[in-house]
Design a protein around this ligand. Sequence first.
Ligand code: PLP
Length: 459
Amino acid sequence: MAISKTNVPHRIYLTEDQMPTQWYNLRADMKEKPDPMINPGTGGPAVPEDLYPVFCTKLAQQELDDNTRFYDIPDEVLDIYKIYRPSPLCRAYSLEKALGTPAKIYYKFEGNNTSGSHKLNSAVAQAYYAKDQGLAGLTTETGAGQWGTAMAEACSYFGLDLNVYMVKVSYNQKPFRKTIMETFGAKVFASPSDTTNSGRASLAEDPDNGGSLGIAISEAVEVAVTTEGYRYVLGSVLNQVLLHQSIIGLESAKAFELIDTYPDIVIGCAGGGSNLGGLIAPFMRDKITGKANPRIIAVEPASCPSFTRGKYAYDFCDTAKTTPLAKMYTLGSGFKPSANHAGGLRYHGMSPILSKLYHDGYMEAKSVEQTAVFDAAVLFAKHETILPAPESSHAIRTAIDEALICKETGEEKTILFGLTGTGYFDMTAYAQYIDGSMTDHIPTDAELQPGFDSLPQLG
Ligand SMILES: *Cc1c(COP(=O)(O)O)cnc(C)c1O
């Protein structure tokens, strides 16, 4: 499959005219659909109306739509996309040389906007639909802060209020993330907070609770459903988010067409699965329809191993168990990642779409330890000039490992990975790596058990 190409530029940009004008819904081409979301109240499959109190109407419809193959990207969304897109597909010549590999390494760079990550692609879409519906404001959670930043930008653009519940450890570690969100007009609360019932309950259990995405989601959902004119938005895991993120993969596929190349291996980091689901969308489509057969690899932290050690089961998306149930690879909504984990990707569950594809053997997953991730991050930074986000560096680690295998075998494979963002707000983690205080933690089975015990018993 790999065509030997010379003179491929370092950065391959589409023109504005070549940018995709539709999002692609991978579910439409899946031979077996992901298991339906369950309404815990009725015990039956969720219908869009069940989701209307929580999500914007159009987004609730997208969430449950397994059939529409393409969605037109609204003009208002395209106008913002064009401020920071198309994003470049980059050839990592310098890294290839440093590794001495015959592999051709490409990365799709999504960090070239103020939010610093791919999250803006869905934030803009979600804020647009909220505005279009005449809503006053939105609530959301943020872990490391990238999603909150992206939503703050998008809400400010469309003139919507935004309340962000930020996981307390990150809030304390990354004060400037809060400042950026506030610059764009968002209100930011350290979660667990004393402003919600679920936050107060978590604090009553443990006053020193450093928070988790699951708790922050509970707080944000509670405020959304109890405030007139508000809805809740989520930056990953959901089907609608993967739909919006398909722009990453569609642009990548088109750029590869321009250089008459096709990737043999597609690699992405996986937190909730949104960047990976978006990046692989057209390549997975080719795989499902038999047009091509790329290897697709999800990379997750060894300390939060949803794919590689989780259970494929129905679970809640939040800690207070208020959301609908999704069938996914999960460590249980009660899972608490180890305190020494610095690299993001901490969510207990995984996109139901990717979970199904993984379960059915369409993709691989591997876990990597954080010191090895930062080794890769620093090597990448030195050769490609971009300081990568710790999350993205999970994909870099695996891309390097695959390129080193090519060095052994002499194969000239074409490797694509998603460089989801920059790491300029992650200097605490980089500092730990540089001063040698960063450690690895692989949870024991006993440490994972309480999370699995929190899984709902159905039936
Ligand atoms: C949020 C984030 C991720 C992980 O989220 P996914 O939904 O799994 O894509 C990865 N990289 C960066 C830079 C992020 O901000």
